[in-house]
Design a protein around this ligand. Structure first.
Ligand code: PPE
Length: 308
């Protein structure tokens, strides 16, 4: 998806013009995948743009950095302000927000400890990640032939750029085979997550989702929100070790992520999931999520950080 530029990017403490936010080709993280990042969304509300679960995202960014032994030279409050000021400068009501903490130019080699730590926040308009059609009617999912990275190989709780080679391989394979998205399983064959989403199955009105620390999936902030919403709607939610057969036999399945939001799965490996159309539980969760992010659900107002 081509990026539409916005006026300003926050870079190392100040707002700079979009076109000036550049780095040297010998930037350390570009060579070794040692950057950490976030994906956040701002939504239009009656009182202007609001950022969804901003502090949770900034805290996860700081945890990701800690896992990679990167010392971020900004506090949580400073990063929260950086995000808000960049969103405000964009003039947009709705946008995707990409904070990135990376190791800059100056040092080379695998020891990153002497590198300068740099940070930026960019925002741009980003529509439905898996298409409007996907949100409405469900997507075609493919089980990837690539196993999800083992948590003993890389710390799966870190949202680090290098980890995304795994997701990218799975995405390319799925798209080339004519699917919308891939789901990765562990080397032992347990469902882990989508390339940029967590996964939920619905079976007999109960929601099942892989235990993230066991399968090496990212602990999604959208997933956490969906668990709260589903429980508030009266559904049981449980973490479980799931196989791809559980996906084929589920009544419903959906993916969750900041970019993707809540997306029904219509089919998996060419087998209809349930009726092959978004089911009632998915629809109910989708609807509440939609109103929560737009500030239309009083119960979830705390999830929003207003920009002005
Ligand atoms: N798993 C992975 C691997 C992942 O990348 C994401 C977010 C999630 C789960 C869901 O997490 P959360 O956003 O906190 O609910 N993926 C981000 C990057 C997508 C991209 O293409 O870039 C996102 O959705 O912003």
């Amino acid at each position: 998806m081509p990026i539409t530029p916005t006026p300003k990017i926050w870079m190392d403490g100040e707002l700079v013009d979009w076109g000036s936010a550049t780095v040297h080709v010998l930037t350390h993280s570009l060579h070794y995948g040692t950057a950490v990042f976030e994906g956040i969304r701002a939504y239009p509300t009656a009182s202007g743009p609001a950022v969804f679960r901003l502090r949770d995202h900034v805290q996860r960014l700081l945890r990701s950095a800690h896992l990679l032994a990167i010392e971020v030279p900004y506090s949580e409050d400073e990063l929260v302000e950086a995000v808000k000021s960049t969103v405000a400068a964009s003039g947009l009501d709705a946008c995707y927000i990409r904070p990135l903490v990376y190791l800059g130019y100056g040092e080379m080699g695998l020891n990153p400890l002497a590198c300068t730590v740099r940070a930026c926040v960019a925002v741009w308009p980003w529509g439905a990640y898996l298409g409007e059609e996907g949100i409405e009617h469900g997507i075609r999912l493919k089980t990837s032939s690539w196993a999800r990275i083992d948590p003993r190989t890389l710390p799966s709780a870190a949202k680090a750029t290098g980890m995304y080679i795994n997701s990218s391989l799975a995405k390319v394979e799925a798209v080339r085979a004519g699917y919308d998205e891939a789901v990765l399983c562990t080397a032992d064959g347990y469902l882990a997550e989508g390339t940029g989403e967590n996964i939920f199955l619905v079976r007999s009105n109960e929601l099942l989702t892989p235990a993230v620390s066991a399968v090496g999936a990212l602990e999604g902030i959208t997933a956490r929100s969906v668990v709260t919403i589903a429980r508030d709607l009266g559904y049981e939610v449980r973490e479980a070790l799931l196989r791809r057969s559980d996906l084929y036999l589920a009544d419903e399945a959906f993916l969750t992520g900041t970019a993707a939001e809540v997306v029904p799965v219509a089919s998996a490996d060419d087998r209809a999931v349930g009726t092959g159309r978004p089911g009632p539980v998915t629809r109910a969760v989708q609807e509440v999520f939609r109103s929560a992010v737009r500030g239309e659900a009083d119960r979830y107002k705390d999830w929003l950080d207003h920009v002005r």
